[in-house]
Design a protein around this ligand. Sequence first.
Ligand code: HSE
Length: 302
Amino acid sequence: MSQQVRVRVPATTANLGPGFDALGLALRLYNVVEMQRRDEPDDIIVLTGEGETTLPRDATNIVVQAADVLFREVGLRRAGLQVQLINNLPLSRGLGSSAAARVAGLMAANELAGRPLNQAALLRLATQLEGHPDNAAAALLGGLVSSCLDEDGSVHAVKLTVSHPPRFIVLIPDIEVATHAARDALPHSVSLRDAVFNVSRACLLVSALVTGDRAALRAALRDRLHQPYRSRLMPWLDAVIAAAIDAGAYGAVLSGAGSSVLAMADEPTADIANAMLQTLRAAGHHGSVRTLEIDEEGAVIE
Ligand code: HSE
């Protein structure tokens, strides 16, 4: 059994427009968690970066909660933990910070426990904690991942290879959107027409990213299952998407539950970044833009 472990977990963008709760993509921006056993019963949690003034430093921290789920699952009682969190993922912005925290907690605890669970079992637990598999699957596996959740809690996840990846330009507004609020904004049922609109584009999007077909990518980056409802919480969303497309993006979509917006393009990315930022500013908000590449490794023990 290890006494100490360091886990690095990537940011993830979920949905990618039409693939609501089904598609996720890992991006090269990382949180790091170091976890160590203590002989004493109490936990020591040190936190730097995103959330350092707001996140809890006790057993309610979701990294520690996830670790405790793992220890319970494998029947281990633990003493205290010393945990260091180095957070680079912005919180409540649709870039998978909660999935990263949970995956990191599960993986770190699994390592400390002597690695009793395999990746599939970790994904099942991470999905239970998240409620949907898209961010968790991409955070664990890396790359572009399609996934689904069975009624019995089993998760199927397949990692795909993106050929000729476009640039991923991420607008990160200074606005937090809680995932539960963004999910509460969704309807309980949708029309068959809207379901077909999304199913066809989700399939096309996967094909477009796997083959590098840019015309298909342009057609696929649209959604009728979540964005129209969530734009009531983020009234600037449609204008930001339109600005990105006007500036040359193949399309732009809400990243996860928001508030970030993900545009896909080849060159020139600076025009698209500026267009999105200016449109957000015109709506009275600030933000920043990052151009990120795909992370192919997923969560790793360093
Ligand atoms: N698929 C999820 C959603 C991702 O859109 O609500 C957010 O974590």
